[in-house]
Design a protein around this ligand. Structure first.
Ligand code: PRT
Length: 134
């Protein structure tokens, strides 16, 4: 997936300076970050609505639109896909895949320390998962 997003990101960068009359991306850049943010939020809501309605095909379509609008906002904010992959890898090293960092401020090393560099095995913490289900 990251390859597709990286190709899309490069395509968005290439389209930024095209004619807004014919390029949606160029039009989004012309209208600026608030319009990009509005479109991204709209797509996120469309994904949510389709998921709640159980329309998986629509979720797929709207997710593609969501990821497109996300890459446009990344480009506008000077964020590269690899910046996001690095943050995800840092969290995985620290806490296991898909874990969010704890809300309470926690001093985490900016880069994985050698000790952490050897990724710890990802274990399913049954107890914690079980607690979440109740
Ligand atoms: N990947 C996409 C892409 N995904 C979704 N979209 C557009 O984003 C819109 C999202 O759907 P919406 O229903 O929210 O939009 P809409 O209601 O049709 O129209 P608006 O309300 O947004 O005006 C759709 O119109 C899609 O065509 C995309 N537009 C462009 N790209 C790629 O971006 C690159 C640059 O393309 P241009 O922007 O056409 O130069 C190319 O690689 C394109 O393939």
């Amino acid at each position: 997936m990251s390859d597709s997003l990286e190709r899309l990101y490069l395509a968005v960068l290439a389209a930024r300076d095209l004619d807004p009359a014919t390029s949606r991306t160029a039009r989004l850049f012309q209208r600026g970050p608030s319009k990009m943010a509005k479109k991204l939020a709209e797509e996120a809501i469309e994904v949510v609505i389709d998921a709640v309605n159980g329309d998986s095909e629509a979720v797929i379509r709207e997710s593609a639109d969501l990821l497109y609008n996300l890459t446009v906002l990344w480009a506008s904010a000077g964020v590269r896909p690899e910046d996001v992959w690095r943050e995800m890898a840092r969290r995985e090293d620290m806490l296991g895949i898909a874990e969010k960092l704890p809300k309470t401020p926690m001093k985490l090393p900016k880069v994985a320390s050698p000790r952490v560099a050897a990724r710890r095995p990802i274990v399913a913490l049954e107890g914690r998962v079980a607690r979440k289900r109740h």
